[in-house]
Design a protein around this ligand. Sequence first.
Ligand SMILES: O=P(O)(O)OC[C@H]1O[C@](O)(COP(=O)(O)O)[C@@H](O)[C@@H]1O
Ligand SMILES: [Mn+2]
Length: 656
Amino acid sequence: MSQKLVYAKGSCIMDLYSELTAKYQTVPAIATEIINLEAILNLPKPTEAFMSDIHGEYNAFQHVLRNGSGNVKSKIRSCFRDEMTETTLQRFAFLVYYPSERLAAIHQELQGDDLQQWYLTTFRRLIRLLAFTATKYTRSKVRKAMAPEFVYITEELLYNDADTPDKLAYYWQIIRNLIVLEQADEWIEATCRTIQRLTVDHFHIVGDIYDRGPAPDQVVESLIKRDQRHSVDIQWGNHDILWIGGAAGSALCIANLVRISARYNNLSILEDVYGINLRHLARLAEQYYQDNPAFSPKMGRSDRPITEAERLQITQIHQAIAMIQFKLEGPAIKRRPEFEMDHRLLLDKLAADFSTIQLNGHTYPITNGCFATVDPADPYRLLPEEQEVIDSLVESFTHSEKLHRHMDFLMDRGSMYLRYNRNLLLHGCVPVDEDGNFIGLTIEGTTYTGRQLFDMLEANLRLAYSQPTEKADLATDLLWYLWTGPNSPLFGKHDMTTFERYFIKDPATHAEGRNAYYHLRKDPDFIKKILREFVLDPEVGHVINGHTPVKKGTDPIMANNKMIVIDGGFSKPYQKTTGIGGYTLLDNSYGMQLVTHQPFTTKADAIANLTDIISTRRVVETEARRRTVAETDIGTALQAEVEVLKRRLAELRNGD
Ligand SMILES: O=P(O)(O)OC[C@H]1O[C@](O)(COP(=O)(O)O)[C@@H](O)[C@@H]1O
Ligand SMILES: [Mn+2]
């Protein structure tokens, strides 16, 4: 895709010319390709879905992937209009979402003739639904979405009309044979997956796959599977950066993510999934830390409650790694004055007996302090055993094969922002001052703001990732800045008050202060300014953000529909704030809709009770007429190909 966009800008037009002339050498071959491409340009624009802030909630995420962000059910509704009762529709929808689980239940419920009848009805319905979802695509694209072993049979069923008397017997014979040859369940499963795939063509993940929830690794695995035809992109979130930073050897990113994993009782992701050895850390934790209410893990993993001994051990680990994090912050802040983070130097503001801290002219009492490893004379110095722990963690992170496979995917499909089909996608914000002027970072005499800030940070992130052995260079330190720096586009707040939240009661010290972007983004003129900065058409573009959970009663659609925030709370701990289970934004040929999902309980519950989490849909924008492929980025690239082919055709006709 990105290669095609380069063509669209015309910079590689000669490459395109040589590529296409080599591929299509005769007049009929060129003419056929022109006909094919121009036909594609007239097809309706495929559906894009946008999600963000999944935060490891794999089951809820999977449900949304399977139900095509609510789109599967609306397709069924349109396709079968008045033919199905609500219960039949619901059952059929769940078969499409969870075919293997529903088939197992059907085998329990039905036998003999009832089962045969169920197969015959279901086959017919699935074929009709597949045909309905496939109308937007070329035959070749539909074929690629099918399981290879069933392509022949499925195409026969799909493109032959069973209502034609001549074909009727042929059609039913295929179906009967699938049943007799015991391939019926396999075909149903494969076809349901094809329907899922065709319902949403492209997924945008607007950041924060990682942290808090139980299975971010499985989210990444399913995105890798889904991406076979480059149909996924990711705009990195601040939490994703911690994990990319971990693989890139940043001790600060590692300390932060291990701390969050302990806080949310997710250490098993590190040990069991990514093979990170936590033995040294556990030993240090046991030696220096006791029970401490401020560090008790927030919630248990849903699969099993934790024992008291486990809770105590996690609480100790949580303190040990938090303290390593605070100690590592000191030298980083000091070696990077350009980050302007001196106000985050906190350990040196503690009284010698650790009972109080001096902040901004106030003295605050310390509660739940755990400073046994801190030397008041040199508070940022790591004890040799702490140094050993962090070194061994860095070693484990930089050598975890699975982590690298997942982070390679995040690097490959991810970026700091994306311009896609006239919209700008980014996780956090574009940092600005109160007057809306772009602000950023000054590095080695150059000030980076707006789009340049994003590009500079991305270039450094890629550099740091390619050099995991460099551990305290600017590029690696910038990874940490992306997580917590005051002008980081992914953080968007002035301070990350982790220390204050653990140790100071006064809530005034917990405020993090959002960048002015977050109130200015309600203004359409401000959004237009942002779109212009990123070289997008301010009149037709939208900005799509994640990162800030949309509070109950607050509108996620702002600035005359130009600004849409889609963090609706897939993350369970944030559902109290949002009151819902998450949003997905859909952009199809008719316009944009926001889908609201209700909180997802468990997969077993959803399947047993056929509870779907989709609720309302709200039209963000309706196109005056259906948009076609021609009006998309891919369409622009295809048009460039058509022009080149037409030129070549004229040359051949002139005897060149
Ligand atoms: O909810 P927790 O675990 O206390 O984390 C709070 C921290 O997470 C942050 O909100 C960042 O995470 P998000 O990107 O999910 O908002 C910080 O601003 C804040 O300090
Ligand atoms: Mn975020």
